[in-house]
Design a protein around this ligand. Structure first.
Ligand code: COA
Length: 201
């Protein structure tokens, strides 16, 4: 297998409702608008929310994410609604461990798009992509104690609980709670979903 930095990955990933692609510079204002709309639901779980104060902060994030993508150090992605073009899901493969082909999925969904199955749809697609394209052997995911919406997404997608780490997660308000680590070792038994990659919608 070529070094990760020399490998090419086919994008976008298409699902029935979403177009998923790596983050790119130039859309900081659009991302910041999604953050502003979602602060109440992000502030409890996402440590970066407080430090994101302007469109420039979001643009800096996009530029850093793009650089990390080129280096194959992190695969930050977003998903747009196919129908409207609106940015709805922020997701990706984080902390790749190339020696064991492990990738970790994370996500948040803008407030006005929550509760419509978008996190589940995007994650279902990323699991398929990880095992079929990236050559994943392990796809990891996790949530902090009390994050029931995230736990529900993870369980609906058939991840197995690998361990509960007691008092291992620091929430943005400084409280310390347990964290739950899950894994999938293949893409078997996922809810059915029509997913393709490498061609435009
Ligand atoms: C977690 C999150 C990504 C889920 O996104 P989403 O697109 O709304 O998720 P889905 O619609 O695919 O599924 C959500 C599931 O959680 C359930 N749910 C939502 N809020 C819930 C709550 N407070 N308690 C229990 N279940 C809840 C929904 O009913 C749904 O389950 P169902 O399909 O069985 O009805 C979204 O809530 C979010 O962005 N939260 C803030 C950031 C965050 O916590 N990210 C994850 C960090 S691990």
């Amino acid at each position: 297998m070529a070094k990760p930095i020399l490998r090419d990955f086919p994008f976008p990933i298409l699902t029935p409702r979403l177009v998923i692609a790596p983050l790119r510079p130039g859309r900081g204002a659009e991302v910041f608008e999604a953050v502003e709309e979602s602060r109440a639901s992000l502030s409890r779980w996402m440590p970066w929310e407080k430090g994101t104060k302007s469109a420039e902060d979001s643009e800096e994030h996009l530029r850093r994410a793009h650089a990390q993508y080129i280096l194959r150090e992190d695969f930050g992605m977003h998903a747009r609604e196919r129908e409207s073009g609106r940015l709805v899901v922020f997701t990706g493969f984080h902390r790749p461990v190339w020696e064991i082909d492990e990738f970790e999925i994370g996500y948040w969904v803008r407030k006005s798009a929550q509760g419509q199955g978008y996190a589940s749809e995007a994650t279902n697609a990323l699991i398929r992509y990880a095992f079929n394209v990236m050559g994943a052997k392990r796809v990891a995911i996790g949530h902090a104690e009390g994050n029931e919406a995230s736990r529900r997404v993870i369980e609906k997608l058939g991840f197995s609980l690998e361990r509960r780490r007691v008092k291992a997660a620091v929430l943005p308000d400084g409280s310390i709670v347990d964290s739950f680590d899950y894994v999938r070792l293949d893409a078997e038994g996922l809810p059915p979903l029509d997913v393709t990659w490498g061609r435009e919608p």
